[in-house]
Ligand binder design. Structure first.
Ligand code: ADP
Ligand code: MG
Length: 695
């Protein structure tokens, strides 16, 4: 029998242990091995003279060992010096055994492959892949690039390579076993090779193919597989969407609803924009149908998404259902708490606040209120969705700033509040404009509403880009501004990974500014402060008891003080444009003029200069995202915080964005004409580890 769906046990060298290790990689049957693709390649097709090595390259070298020693200094290591008569290089092993030590004697001829690094005394390779040569003229080069596969603990690169070889051999004996799901039309259009050829090429590239070509995607075999992988992901999200359409959801209908809605809208201090009204209608239609709403509301910073979500909450409450509002930061949750408490003050229900910091009796009471139904709206962070939180009748989940949460996290939330076949409605909001092509993969399970209009009376924010050397001018400007009775933000940024450092920088800056501006009332807010303290500072700033608020990027969302019309952002070159745009959106909320000063460290690279220029020249989040995309590629626009970004095996959204249009067309055709290929395609690329289709 020669079936690619046989267990990998049938391959030689696969015992119980290897079987369980392969399982960790999602490899169970032979075809899983065939689709376990290399994530990079090593070039062992030529030998480098040692003299030509430079830091950072990976290279194959050949030569003679001159000197061996075990160095006890620091971590014990085995060190050899190797020469090929053009120069010498150090080989360093931190893990070694006596056998290795004995074999690497002076005079031994070896070949080595590894990455070149700068060592204490010249260039070195640590833990190179080496082979002892028995004859001086032994062949050491490979004819093809060497694939490097994703591994798991206990499984070596060599072992995996051997298994893949066996699997490929079986496959090549009978290539028609490998079903090619990509339609002929597409193969012809792009001049793609067949699946069998593509697979063989990636596991063992032809001699003509270079590492660079594989990286930049110009190899048709790679493009073809990337196409198939992206198609599979797109189809799987579409299936999720279709399945969800079949679930039942509460219908938010009530005899008094229109009166309640009218009263609610009349009491707002403003009239909704046309765009807000349109989105509200879309939401009403969703929430009164018997299937769960799954809607993404996209709107630029300050476009007024919150009130739109409050409207959805109103529909839920009026029909007797509970609402959960989840925000990515406590600060934003607190702001929502303030707003919703006011908007729903007249309702015969409680608005509760629940984050990880709410503890003890308060927490107990809220949890009880959610179970008995006396709490109608609960607002909080992801702590809302812990197991201990149960609802009486959860009808609507609102997720704000959805880009801060991952795709899987969002999908998992749908389980919450599930009762039998009933699921709550879901409304997610984001200010991060997602280029349409990317939205197809990240959000193709959602319907999208766009708020493309700002409330009237907003004046554009005037943005300037200035070097940090002009700090004292900036400080003068703050003085003048505060004398006019206006307020200011000063934002300290640091690289995302270190919140601690960011807070320290903000503390120091607050001290310096307090000294430099004796007449200005300065306060500090950062993410490591207690929730209650943050709330106090925000209230004081809102009440204009503070003139200058020094902050970390925690104020990116969740701060709304119209009188604060000047913002200084330090080191803006460290942040993504969308994040800067979002930060800047804290000003320009009132009637007066507003300004944003981007104060960069010199020297600034050309690209950084161009990027800040984009921000200076536009106040439109969509335009900014598109230009940023052109300059940097999608990964960066989405931001590294996009924790839930899908991990592709070989596709790369930046490199392969050109395929997305065709993929979308193809998906339509497949749904209509050949739905039977969806399951096998998703199995092939998403494997059992991903449950998109199951959620
Ligand atoms: P975002 O879309 O960034 O979440 P918010 O919902 O926080 O925006 O709204 C920004 C500000 O605009 C808030 O102060 C809000 O009260 C106000 N706002 C919302 N809609 C309107 C409107 N139609 N007219 C005037 N102000 C509005
Ligand atoms: Mg908002």
């Amino acid at each position: 029998m020669n079936d690619l769906s046989q267990s990998v046990v049938s391959l030689s060298g696969v015992g119980a242990q290897t079987l369980s290790r392969l399982d960790k990689l999602g490899i169970r049957v032979i075809s899983d091995l065939i689709f376990h693709l290399p994530h990079r390649y090593e070039d062992r097709t030529r030998v480098f003279p040692i003299a030509s090595l430079s830091v950072g390259i990976s290279a194959l070298i050949r030569g003679r060992i001159e000197f061996v020693d075990v160095l006890p200094r620091g971590r014990k290591s085995l060190v050899c010096r190797m020469t090929d008569d053009t120069g010498d290089v150090t080989l360093r092993f931190f893990h070694f055994n006596a056998h290795q030590h004995n074999a690497l004697k002076p005079g031994t001829l070896i070949s080595c492959f590894g990455e070149v690094r700068q060592g204490f005394s010249g260039l070195e390779m640590s833990h190179p892949d080496y082979r002892i040569m028995t004859q001086p003229d032994a062949q050491v080069t490979e004819s093809r690039l060497t694939p490097v596969y994703p591994l798991t603990e206990g499984l070596s690169q060599n072992a995996l390579r051997k298994l893949v070889k066996q699997a490929l051999h079986l496959c090549n004996l009978n290539p028609q076993l490998l079903t090619d799901w990509v339609p002929d039309k597409v193969l012809k259009k792009f001049a793609y090779p067949t699946l069998a050829v593509a697979i063989n090429t990636l596991h063992a590239p032809d001699e003509m193919i270079s590492v660079e070509a594989l990286q930049n995607g110009s190899v048709p075999a790679l493009k073809r597989l990337a196409f198939e992988e992206l198609l599979a992901h797109h189809l799987s999200l579409r299936i999720t969407r279709n399945k969800a359409r079949q679930w039942q959801a509460p219908r938010f209908v009530d005899d008094n609803q229109s009166a309640i809605v009218e009263q609610f809208l009349n009491r707002l201090p403003f009239k909704l924009t046309g765009a807000q009204q349109r989105v509200i209608k879309e939401i009403s239609v969703d929430c009164t149908s018997a299937h769960p709403m799954m809607r993404l509301v996209q709107g630029d910073v300050g476009s007024g998404k919150t009130i739109v979500s409050a409207y959805a909450a109103l529909l839920a409450l009026s029909a007797g259902y509970q609402v959960a509002v989840m925000a990515p930061t406590e600060l934003l949750a607190e702001q929502h708490m303030r707003n919703f408490s006011v908007w729903f003050a007249d309702f015969n229900t409680q608005v509760a606040f629940l984050t990880g910091q709410v503890k003890g009796n308060t927490r107990k009471e809220i949890l009880q209120g959610l179970v008995d139904g006396s709490v109608g709206i609960v607002i909080g962070t992801h702590a809302l969705f812990q197991e201990s939180v149960n609802f009486k009748r959860l009808g609507l989940i609102i997720i704000d700033e959805q880009h801060r949460f991952g795709v899987n996290q969002r999908l998992a939330l749908r389980e919450k509040g599930q009762q039998g076949n009933m699921r709550p409605h879901q409304l997610v909001m984001t200010a991060t404009p997602i280029p349409r092509t990317l939205a197809m993969l990240q959000y193709s399970d959602l319907d999208v509403s766009i708020i493309d209009e700002l409330p009237s009376g907003r004046k554009p924010i005037v943005t300037s880009v200035i070097p940090a050397e002009r700090r004292s001018d900036v400080i003068d400007r703050i003085n003048n501004w505060v004398e006019k009775g206006r307020q200011v933000y000063w934002v300290c940024t640091l690289i995302e990974e270190s919140e601690v450092l960011e807070c320290e920088a903000a503390e120091k800056t607050a001290e310096l500014l307090t000294q430099a501006l004796p007449k200005v009332r300065v306060a500090l807010i950062h993410g490591r402060m207690k929730s209650a303290d943050k709330e106090l500072v925000m209230q004081a700033f809102k009440n204009h008891q503070i003139d200058l608020l020094v902050a970390t990027t925690v104020i990116e969302v969740g701060v709304d003080v119209p009188n604060a019309g000047l913002m200084v952002i330090e080191n803006p070159e460290r942040l993504g444009l969308s994040q800067l745009h979002q930060l800047r959106g804290r000003v320009g909320r009132g009637e007066g003029d507003s300004y944003c000063l981007l104060m960069y460290q010199t020297p600034l690279s050309d690209v950084a200069r161009q990027r800040l220029g984009i921000l200076r020249d536009s106040n439109d989040g969509f335009v900014i995202a598109e230009k940023d995309l052109a300059l940097r590629g999608p990964g960066d626009v989405m931001g590294t915080r996009q924790t839930g970004a899908i991990n592709f095996r070989i596709a790369d959204l930046a490199r392969d964005a050109d395929l997305l249009d065709t993929i979308q067309q193809m998906a339509e055709e497949i749904f209509i004409n050949s739905p039977q290929v969806i399951q096998p395609l998703c199995d092939r690329w998403l494997g059992a580890s991903t449950d998109y289709a199951e959620v």
